[in-house]
Structures are given as structure tokens and as C-alpha cells.
Write a protein that binds this ligand. Structure first.
Ligand SMILES: Nc1ncnc2c1ncn2[C@@H]1O[C@H](COP(=O)(O)OP(=O)(O)OP(=O)(O)O)[C@@H](O)[C@H]1O
Ligand SMILES: [Mg+2]
Length: 351
């Protein structure tokens, strides 16, 4: 065991030293990855989004006629994995689907994004997680989320994926999963010297805030990337805002996280680590549909961290991804490529 670990960490460090981000001032010209492709393992919930457009969202007892139906894989698992793959990483998704036809649909779609689904397990007796969305004429949504097979992700499933977690540069974990699986994933990644990025959303089995008692493992993450509401939740503050983001970030770092990046939608994000706090403003873009922005941010952040150890640069790269996800309809189909992200970074530099 000890030998294997040392070899894995050595291999990673050795390869890591080869990566180069080509900068001109603040401008990212490209990311050179001689040697090997950066590897990212994403652990997150998988859902199928069934969206129906209707004139108005029906009240209880009312029936309305749907105008259009679409269904596509969604959730932090597929979306963050697809974003990291679009950024050029070798990506594995660890997640759980049901024993229904949606499972195959999800896997095929992920394969189109070049995401490896070897560790997308099937809980045959369960259904794949589903989000039923009704969209009215004004573009407002009403959602019902059924967690399905996501609630059956177990620590043993993480053990089965230990080899790829040990080989990865980054393990990106989304908190809306069973807590024991998250803790197992953090422990596994830490043991193998794999960087941990955790979006500490509330675990599946803790629907209400008063149950919250976060395991200490959460604070061994290299980066915690909550949004303002998640940050308020885990620091037991009733509200969080741009002024308190810095304090909340410092609190998370004081509790052990190497860095905390609090995302604040169009107000940008706050990066806090032991060297200080920096606000990274959001990119100005033409808003079409904000779905998927958080997942675009997380996937791109992980991809950058897999290449280079600089959370501020990573947060800027991820901010461009989050902004671009707002410029198109949909979630997985609206995620930007690395080339699009770099183009936006360059535009801002010139402008
Ligand atoms: N309207 C916007 N304009 C520009 N950039 C945005 C906008 N909304 C989000 N972003 C970028 O994306 C990042 C993540 O967004 P946000 O904080 O809304 O995530 P989130 O609440 O986790 O989203 P989600 O609900 O999709 O998970 C922001 O920090 C910002 O950089
Ligand atoms: Mg989010």
C-alpha cells in the first residue's frame, strides 16, 4: 500500500511539472500538456431532465397542454464531467443510475462528450434520478427532483473506483450525494495525493438545515467551492452576501480547507486562501439561460487545477466558463469548450 501511494504521488508530481500555461500578461494563450493528458474524476449526481413547455404552470387539480418536450442528462455529475472533458481532460464519472432505459441514454450522451462511464454504476432496483421541469411562456420554471439511484451511491462504489481516483490529478466532488460516499471519496483522494475540490451542497439525506453537521473530512479539501447559499449553510450563517463572502471564505480556510472559492452569480466570486482574499468579477455576457453556470464553473475550475496549482487563475478561467454557460439555452448542451473560454478571456484582456 505505502509503495503504491508513493509511486502514484511521484508519478503525478513528475507529470505535473511538465504542464505549462502560456501567459501573455494576464492573457492565457494556451495550456501545454506534454507528457500526459490531465485526469479528472468527477463524483456527482446524475439526473435526466424532462422539460415540458406549457403556456402556464398548472395549479393543483388543473391540466394544461404541453407545447414541447425535451429530455437530456443533467445534474452535477454529467455536467461537471462534460465541462472538464470540453476543457481537454481525461474524465471519469463516478455516479449511480437506475435499471431503466434512461441509464443507457445517459451513458451514450456522456460518451459523446468523451466522458468515461466505466464507474457509472447501475442500481437495478431503482430508477435513474429525474428532474421534471415545467417551463411557462415567461420562461419561469417549476421543478420536481426525484433523487432515485443517486441516494444509493455507497462507500463501496468509491472503493471500486480507487485505482482511477489514485491516478487522477483532481477529484471533483458534488455534495448532493449520500454523505458516507462523499467522505469515502475525500479520504480515498487524500490518501493518494489527488487534489480534492468539493462543492459542499447539502447531502441527499439532510433535507433540512437543522440536521447539518458537516464531517471534518470536508475541511481537508484543497478547494471548497460553495455558492453563497451553500456557504451560508455550512458556516451556519443565516445569510451570505458579497460583503460576508470574504469572512465566510476565511472561516472555511481556518477550518482546514486550503482555499475557498465562494461563487456569487453575476457578482463574480471570492477567492480566499492563506495568502489573502481576492474578488474576481463576473464577465459581462448576454444572458439567455443561467442553467448550468455552477456546473460549468466547477468543471472548468477542476480542469485548470488539474493542469496548474493556481486557484486565482483557475477561478478566472472558471468564471469565463460560468458566464458562457449563461449565453445558451439548456444545461449540458450549453457548456463551453476550452477554446470558447480562452476566447472570452482574451476578449476581456483586449477590451
Ligand atoms: N449572470 C452571470 N453573468 C456572468 N457570469 C456569471 C453569471 N452567473 C454566474 N456567473 C459565473 O458563474 C459562477 C458560478 O455561478 P453561481 O454562483 O450562480 O453558481 P451556482 O449558484 O452554483 O449555480 P447553479 O445553481 O447552476 O449550481 C459565478 O461565480 C460567475 O463567475
Ligand atoms: Mg451550484
Amino acid at each position: 500500500m505505502a509503495n503504491k501511494l508513493t509511486q502514484a504521488s511521484f508519478k503525478k508530481r513528475f507529470a505535473f511539472s511538465n504542464y505549462q500555461v502560456i501567459l501573455s500578461g494576464e492573457r492565457i494563450l494556451g495550456i501545454k500538456m506534454p507528457g500526459r493528458i490531465p485526469k479528472v474524476v468527477v463524483i456527482g449526481g446524475t439526473y435526466v431532465d424532462m422539460a415540458i413547455r406549457c403556456g402556464q404552470i398548472p395549479a393543483p387539480g388543473q391540466t394544461v397542454t404541453g407545447a414541447a418536450l425535451s429530455y437530456a442528462p443533467t445534474g452535477p455529475g454529467p455536467n461537471q464531467a462534460a465541462e472538464a472533458a470540453l476543457c481537454g481532460c481525461d474524465v471519469y464519472l463516478v455516479s449511480k443510475v437506475g435499471g431503466d432505459p434512461f441509464a443507457q441514454m445517459v451513458k451514450e450522451s456522456l460518451a459523446e462528450f468523451n466522458v468515461n462511464t466505466q464507474f457509472v454504476y447501475a442500481a437495478e432496483a431503482k430508477n435513474t434520478g429525474i428532474v421534471v421541469t415545467l417551463v411557462n411562456a415567461e420562461g419561469e420554471n417549476a421543478d420536481c427532483v426525484y433523487t432515485g439511484a443517486n441516494s444509493a451511491l455507497r462507500p463501496q462504489d468509491i472503493d471500486t473506483a480507487e485505482q482511477i481516483i489514485s491516478e487522477a490529478d483532481v477529484c471533483l466532488i458534488h455534495g448532493r450525494l449520500p454523505q458516507q460516499a462523499i467522505v469515502a471519496a475525500i479520504r480515498c483522494a487524500k490518501v493518494h495525493g489527488t487534489k480534492v475540490i468539493l462543492n459542499p451542497a447539502r447531502p441527499i439525506e439532510q433535507p433540512s438545515r437543522q440536521d447539518i453537521a458537516l464531517p471534518i473530512e470536508y475541511f481537508s479539501a484543497d478547494s471548497l467551492i460553495p455558492n453563497l447559499y451553500e456557504a451560508a449553510d455550512i458556516t451556519e450563517k443565516s445569510t451570505a452576501n458579497i460583503r460576508t463572502a470574504k469572512l465566510i471564505g476565511s472561516d472555511l480556510v481556518a477550518r482546514g480547507a486550503a482555499s475557498a472559492i465562494i461563487t456569487m452569480g453575476k457578482r463574480g466570486c471570492m477567492v480566499v486562501d492563506r495568502t489573502g482574499a481576492d474578488h474576481i468579477p463576473a464577465f459581462e455576457v448576454e444572458l439567455v439561460d443561467q442553467t448550468g453556470r455552477g456546473n460549468a464553473f466547477a468543471g472548468a475550475f477542476a480542469a485548470y487545477c488539474a493542469v496548474k496549482d493556481d486557484v486565482r487563475e483557475a477561478a478566472k478561467f472558471a468564471s469565463a466558463a460560468g458566464a458562457l454557460a449563461c449565453t445558451k439555452f439548456g444545461s449540458i448542451e450549453a457548456l463551453p469548450t476550452k477554446a470558447e473560454i480562452i476566447e472570452l478571456l482574451q476578449k476581456e484582456d483586449i477590451g
